[in-house]
Design a protein around this ligand. Structure first.
Ligand code: IMP
Length: 425
């Protein structure tokens, strides 16, 4: 078995979906191990665009795909997504999709709570995707969640819902929201119950199937800087997005992950609020936003844009034990005269080579930049390093030097074939 994890090295939207799709041909199974339908993976194949949120990207190539136990599952969103990809010609069945039966469910109460809590926060909003991800993970930690396996027995389900609503109704009352009754949740689950159970399998059984596969890919969602513990807390998602989570959320264990590939966009973006030291609130930021099509796949919000921040990328590489990098969206930089890379921070005259945990310092960070010549030539669709201008090669080389890591793949456009394989994985 040779198993690889794909991890985003920034605040998500690094282009993981395309890379999972390009590589999944070499793998026998693709597994999601965290997050939920807050993720947005866009895959372009010929004239078709697949927008995936919860489904593993491996399904686009009909690979055996797993929604692992670390994922929170919104059944309504799941079936909507299945319908949308089936309309594009894919077939999804329990032959090619398995969902761990201990996944926690996202219900309407989680979506409502996510939005209610955000609306109370004034200028302290996180800017969540509003999908109920945070409240669903909170319920799992609080041992209140409904899990898919709870749908197997009506008495257990009733008990679990009562327990869940005891907590939610207390909270809802204090937020001025209507009380929810047990029947409301039972009615919500009734139309999706049997169908959801048809995909469900015990984690152990999924592990047994996966152990028989030669090569498995673990598909990360979001990025390292949104990790609930190691990201820019509290402006983070509610799951672990670093490679350690593979062992906790994929149905497989620690020794089953053999290598981690980090996905790095050639510049930086983030959606939602929170610190962003290299953000460009000027015409270059706007250029990156327009040229890179930086609009959130899930929320439709404009992404904030800025220069590549090697300080944060080094942290992300270290956290996930990343061995090689895939550099994406290089072509977006084609028309720039000069390109900057942030190589350090200065705060009140003191130098930092990491993001200080004290958030009172975040607004005072002055990025220290290195300036590189732009190449002013198109790299769109380049398929080999020899197709790239020398100055673009210099940019790649400088990233390798600053991050002490090798760039194994360069992506030069959204399509499968717009990819340079620099070295075999
Ligand atoms: P939540 O995951 O919906 O709770 O949102 C928490 C933060 O993570 C917000 O800033 C979101 O914009 C961000 N976020 C969640 N999922 C993604 C993603 O797939 N790409 C980029 N940002 C994300």
């Amino acid at each position: 078995m040779s198993n690889i994890a794909i991890i985003g090295l920034q605040w998500g939207d690094e282009g993981k979906g395309k890379i999972v799709d390009v590589l999944s041909d070499r793998f026998d199974a693709v597994i999601r191990f965290q997050g939920g339908h807050n993720a947005g993976h866009t895959i372009k194949v010929d004239d078709k665009t697949y927008k995936l949120s919860l489904l593993p990207s491996g399904l686009v190539r009909n690979k055996f795909s797993v929604i692992g136990s670390g994922v929170v599952v919104d059944p309504i969103a799941l079936f909507k997504e299945i319908k949308s990809v089936e309309a594009l010609g894919l077939t999804i069945s329990n032959e090619n999709l398995a969902i761990a039966d201990n996944c926690a469910l996202i219900l309407s109460i989680h979506r409502e709570l996510d939005n209610l809590l955000e609306s109370q926060k004034g200028d302290k909003k996180i800017g969540t995707t509003g999908r109920g991800i945070g409240p669903a993970y909170e319920d799992r930690c609080g041992r209140r969640s409904l899990r898919i396996c709870d749908l197997l027995d009506d008495n257990i389900l009733q008990e679990r819902i009562e327990n869940l609503l005891f907590y939610h109704n207390l909270l809802r009352k204090s937020l001025g929201a209507k009380e929810v009754r047990v029947e409301d949740i039972i009615n919500e689950l009734a139309p999706i119950k049997e169908r959801l159970l048809s995909y469900a399998k015990p984690s152990f059984e999924i592990a047994r199937i996966l152990k028989k596969k030669k090569n498995v890919m673990f598909e990360g969602a979001q990025g390292a800087l949104l990790d609930v513990a190691f990201g820019t807390f509290p402006y983070v998602t509610s799951s672990h997005t670093v490679s350690g989570q593979v062992a906790l959320g994929s149905c497989l264990g620690v020794g089953d992950l053999h290598k981690t590939l980090g996905i790095l966009k050639a510049y930086t973006t983030r959606v939602g609020f929170g610190p962003f030291p290299t953000e460009l609130d000027n015409e270059i930021g706007k250029f990156l936003q327009v040229e890179g099509g930086e609009i959130g796949t899930v929320t439709g919000r404009d992404r904030r844009c800025g220069w590549l921040d090697v300080v944060l990328v080094r942290q992300a590489i270290q956290l996930s034990n990343v061995k090689e990098i895939v550099l994406t969206k290089l072509d977006v930089l084609d028309k720039l005269e000069e390109i900057k890379i942030c190589v350090g921070y200065e705060v009140d005259g003191k130098e930092y080579d990491y993001l200080p945990a004290n958030c009172a310092l975040w607004d005072k960070i002055k990025p220290v930049y290195e300036t590189i010549d732009g190449w002013n030539e198109t790299t769109v669709g380049a398929k080999s390093l020899s197709d790239l201008p020398q100055k673009a090669l210099n940019y790649i080389k400088r990233i390798e030097e600053l991050c002490a890591i090798k760039v194994a793949i360069v992506s030069t456009g959204p399509k499968r074939e717009e990819t340079i394989i620099v070295s075999e994985l």
